[in-house]
Design a protein around this ligand. Structure first.
Ligand code: BG6
Length: 529
């Protein structure tokens, strides 16, 4: 039955009064995602009526120009159903009220004067709590935090908080991630830091825990006795878009794996929690990421694939190759596709490979986790006429993160008829059949949690460092040999990506499909001639 309440948090209380300082307020992230999320939260009554949002950036401006620029942008986006978080009707009256909360402070992130003015701003207000959101280029993260610290703005009181929010990338490798964490922790406590991974704002990602731990059905089979392997895919049809400057320096591995893909892996692979608390969840995640086998450089090369898209066709449109994109070095060997096999060396997952892949310009937008179960241990029906019993399909559970949010399960059923024959059929749950998911940016939950002090969906220092530790061998191997295998835009990675699974006798789940891959052989089964 569809739920008719489309409010995002129908039953949640409004967050306490605070000031949010939005560093990088003129940037894309602030405009495209953060301000619209704050508007949505306000529309749902989840912000304190006195909360202020102060944009801080180097460009010239004042409250009026800041509000005006955002009004035009938000109205255009609200009208555009295709845009991320778009199609979300803009209530003009509400926007007018909301925009009165928006203020602007011109300031250089590297100058002490900016932080002095921020201090004065806070002092003029009744409440003392502040949330510092760094929607800036990553090079400013540590410096802004240190400047806030030096200005005394990170000291908390018994009745007010000071919190810092940062976005990925949290470093470029293990060493730089450690350095960033050390610098942040030299001026504040871990409990004050909210490291955002926007994948954790997705309902379907949070649902993994509910599916696993609120049902008795899955958990008994959720281990190496029954699971053959797990695939995690984040396929995109978009290319490098306007982000060549960032992307060409980073590539698909750094952009997606230690953060988003590892968060999906962690949600699927963690142990049940001792308590439903932020620390218990983050400790389990840190443990499982820490259990990823550290490949040697040679093993990392052997168990991974670097790809780069060439010109091709996506949805009937010709698109240029990566090296032809504006802002990309014409000889660039940056990968736009990363595929790899990792092993989680613990009791539950010993021997179960996790295959991860992510790429730009693939055939479809599809983020999913496919749990591939082992085939039935014995071909029960092998003496039956007309049955290709050596090819009984395995069971697959596809957790579809986006689009087509839901969960699908492949299993065997008897094909109607006088002889015993079987087909692989599917059973599914689609979010849209049960809920009217409101158009959101995906940041609402995360911002609300920052405002209410819930760190459950944020990355802790140890999960970050364990993630980079697992990725480091791939970085090292790829630095030594940075060759990339080409794939035409519209294809699902280079041939070597398919080879990576084929050599293990497996195949990737088809991108964009919710059912499992074809039929797998059953040990012990024999076709009757
Ligand atoms: C970002 C990456 O973190 O995630 C982008 O930097 C990528 O390259 C994006 O496109 C994918 O997020 P989503 O929510 O669209 O799947």
């Amino acid at each position: 039955m569809a739920q008719d309440d489309t409010r995002h948090y129908a039953s949640a209380p409004a967050a306490d009064n605070t000031i949010m300082f939005l560093f990088g307020a003129s940037g894309d992230l602030a405009k495209r995602l953060l301000i619209p999320s704050l508007y949505n939260l306000d529309r749902d009554g989840l912000l304190d009526p006195n909360m202020k949002i102060v944009g801080v950036d180097i460009s010239e401006g004042d409250d009026a120009s800041f509000r005006e620029g955002l009004t035009d942008f938000i109205a255009a986006k609200a009208a555009d159903r295709e845009a991320e978080g778009g199609g979300n009707a803009l209530d003009e009256e509400h926007w007018r009220d909301f925009s009165q909360r928006l203020h602007y402070m011109q300031g250089d992130f590297t100058e002490a004067g900016t932080f002095q003015r921020i201090g004065e701003y806070i002092e003029q207000r009744d409440g003392n709590s502040a949330l510092f959101y760094l929607a800036t280029a990553p090079r400013f993260f540590a410096e802004v935090a240190e400047n806030l610290g030096q200005a005394g703005l990170l000291e908390e009181g018994s009745d007010y908080y000071r919190r810092l929010v940062i976005e990925k990338p949290f470093g470029r490798d293990l060493e730089s991630a450690r350095e960033l964490n050390a610098r942040l922790l030299s001026v504040m406590q871990e409990e004050q830091i909210y490291r955002i991974d926007h994948f954790l704002g997705k309902e379907t990602v949070q649902n993994i825990l509910v599916a696993r731990f609120a049902n008795v059905l899955f958990e008994p089979f959720w281990n190496n006795h029954y699971i053959d392997h797990i695939q995690i895919t984040a396929a995109e049809t978009v290319g490098v878009e306007q982000r060549a400057g960032f992307y060409d320096q980073n590539g698909a591995l750094r952009d997606m794996v230690p953060n988003h893909l590892f968060q999906l892996l962690a949600m699927v692979a963690i142990e049940p929690l001792a308590a439903f608390t932020a620390d218990a969840l983050r400790s389990e995640k840190a443990k499982v990421l820490g259990a990823i086998r550290p490949w040697s450089k040679e093993e990392a090369r052997e168990n991974s694939v670097r790809g780069q898209y060439r010109a091709g066709r996506i949805k009937d449109e010709n698109v240029p190759g990566y090296r032809e994109e504006s802002g990309v070095d014409e000889n660039s060997n940056t990968e736009t596709y990363a595929g790899m096999k990792v092993m989680v060396d613990n009791w539950r997952w010993a021997g179960v490979p996790f295959y991860l892949r992510t790429g730009k310009r693939m055939s479809a937008r599809d983020t999913e986790i496919t749990i591939c179960f082992k085939p039935a241990p014995y071909a029960q029906f092998r003496n039956t006429a007309n049955t290709e019993v050596e090819h009984i399909g395995s069971n697959y559970l596809v957790i579809q993160i986006q689009p087509n949010e839901g969960l699908w399960f492949d299993f065997q059923a008897k094909r109607p008829g006088p002889t015993l024959d079987m087909d692989t059929i599917k059973m599914g749950f689609a979010y849209k059949d049960f809920y009217d998911l409101p158009a959101t940016t995906g940041y609402e939950t995360l911002i609300y949690d920052c405002l209410t002090g819930d760190q459950m969906l944020f990355q802790r220092v140890d999960t970050i460092e364990n993630g980079w530790r697992a990725v480091q061998p791939f970085l090292d191997a790829w630095e030594e040999d940075d060759s990339v295998d080409g794939y035409a835009a519209g294809e699902d990675g280079p041939e070597s990506a398919h080879e990576l699974l084929r050599r293990d006798g497996r195949e990737w789940h088809k991108v964009g499909e919710v059912t499992g891959p074809g039929k797998a052989p059953v040990p012990g089964g024999q076709r009757r001639k």
